[in-house]
Design a binder for this molecule. Structure first.
Ligand code: PHE
Length: 461
């Protein structure tokens, strides 16, 4: 344990809720959720996603916050404190910190793209350009290694500047500034969508379920995304939970975070699809939705430059508040377990994330021929490893641990106190049976579909 007790704590409940919502609300909400909704046909997918949030996301988030608050340690230290250094449960902690490390490095590169697009919006580079030229800019950016490295660097420096300030004076303070601005920007874009010509079509696309379009694959996608969007399985929530006051009502705190996260995702969907429909473009654009379709759409709308600035600022803030939680999750490990000072730990880890992010930034240019595994460039391999394997794995182990092996049911019950009488049994049922089962299914299919079984079989000869 660190020598510098007492340990850091949030100054207020609002500070915690905003910081945890800041972690949860990220590129996943504004970039990924709308495009996977588009690819999976809209309404029915949204419904499945909402159910996944309720039966998998919320229970596991509560479990992670509990572990953090109970132990007041980083994710690795938390399991050590509960079960001892040699316990296999500590793997959950290690895997989650490893995932935080990997994601932090490539998330920063993608966040860098949003900074580039913000910069271009400020320069008004989209207005009056033909659609093909605007769409081509994205390929131009990913083909440009040095430019991506520059923005990746800028973004990591911003993260470092915040995390180095500490829990209250850095993370909490900045989330209290950035998150309200983020909400305001989102409301602006949402209203813009509602008043656009495509509003009805956008709303119908998001909320009118067409179950014919739902495939087993979309269910898995919804479940997996529920996990990613709430920052589960990557040490962030355990770490943020460890700064929580003992008196805090965990149930309502996590409920608020989940509510904010879900609201932002739904608003982002409506904001994006409405304007996309208003200029007669297609929603199923895939990952290019935000970096290609959206700039084209805004270039054709009155006030488009302003909208683009608002949009990319929103995206950049969302990415920033998420990435600082990933950095903090690792920093907490070095402080709590290795006795490092915060300054040194933050600088070291931000530097390391920058270096590890370099091959990611070069994945579609200099290193595009370098296939790390199974024909994947570095970026895709890192993403595959972290978000397809490590996150569900650590989430699964955590759910099983909390549901079945964490002794002291009374303690758990107490941690959940404040809710109605049925809340504890309901949560306990979900965390014991439903959440682990759902995550296990996701993990199984991810492993199968990405060919890991075949790979291992080949390895074993
Ligand atoms: N939850 C964030 C999002 O939706 C991403 C994230 C992943 C943040 C992992 C922290 C940890 O984009």
């Amino acid at each position: 344990m660190s020598k510098q007790a007492p340990r850091a704590q949030w100054a207020s409940r609002l500070g915690f809720v905003l910081a945890a919502a800041g972690s949860a609300i990220g590129l996943g909400n504004i970039w990924k959720f709308p495009y996977i909704t588009g690819q999976n046909g809209g309404g029915a997918f949204v419904l499945v996603y909402l159910v996944s949030i309720a039966i998998v996301g919320l229970p596991i988030m509560m479990a992670e916050l509990m572990i953090g608050r109970q132990t007041r340690r980083d994710a690795v230290g938390a399991f050590i404190k509960l079960e001892g250094k040699r316990s296999p449960w500590c793997a959950a902690g290690w895997i989650s910190v490893a995932a935080a490390f990997i994601i932090c490095s490539y998330y920063s590169v993608v966040a860098g793209w949003t900074l580039e697009y913000l910069y271009r919006s400020l320069l008004d580079s989209f207005s009056g350009q033909p659609a093909a030229a605007i769409e081509g800019m994205f390929g131009g950016l990913t083909a440009n290694g040095p430019r991506q490295l520059f923005w990746h660097f800028v973004f990591m420096i911003l993260c470092l500047g915040i995390v180095i300030g500490g829990v209250q004076k850095g993370i909490e303070r900045w989330n209290k500034i950035l998150m309200p601005i983020l909400f305001a920007l989102m409301v602006l874009l949402f209203l813009n969508g509602l008043f656009s010509a495509g509003a009805w079509q956008g709303l119908a696309f998001m909320f009118r379920p067409d179950f014919g379009k739902l495939t087993p694959g979309s269910v898995l996608e919804a479940l997996g995304h529920a996990f990613f969007t709430l920052s589960l399985g990557m040490a962030a929530m355990i770490t943020y939970g460890s700064y929580l006051n003992r008196k805090e009502n965990l149930l309502s705190a996590s409920f608020r975070v989940v509510l904010l996260d879900t609201t932002i995702s739904l608003m982002a969907g409506v904001a994006i699809f409405s304007v996309v429909f208003s200029v007669n473009m297609q929603p199923a654009a895939g990952p290019g939705l935000v970096f290609k379709t959206i700039p084209v759409v805004f270039s054709q709308l009155p006030g488009g430059q302003f909208l683009a600035i608002v949009f990319f600022l929103l995206l950049a803030f969302a990415a920033l508040t998420s990435n600082i939680s990933l950095l903090e999750a690792q920093v907490a490990y070095l402080i709590d377990e290795r006795g490092w000072g915060r300054k040194r730990a933050s600088a070291f880890l931000a530097g390391l994330a920058f270096v590890v992010g370099i091959p990611t930034a070069l994945s579609y240019n200099l290193l595009s021929e370098w296939k790390v595994v199974a024909g994947l460039v570095f970026f895709d391999a890192a993403d595959l490893l972290a978000s397809n394997y490590l996150l569900p794995l650590s989430g699964l182990v955590t759910a099983i641990y909390v549901g079945w092996f964490w002794s002291g049911a009374e303690e758990k019950q107490q941690l959940l106190a404040g809710g109605a009488g049925w809340v504890y049994p309901a949560w306990h049922f979900l965390i014991r049976y439903i959440s682990p089962l759902a995550v296990a299914v996701v993990l199984y299919f991810k492993v199968r579909d990405t060919g890991l079984f075949a790979w291992i079989a080949a390895l074993l000869g």
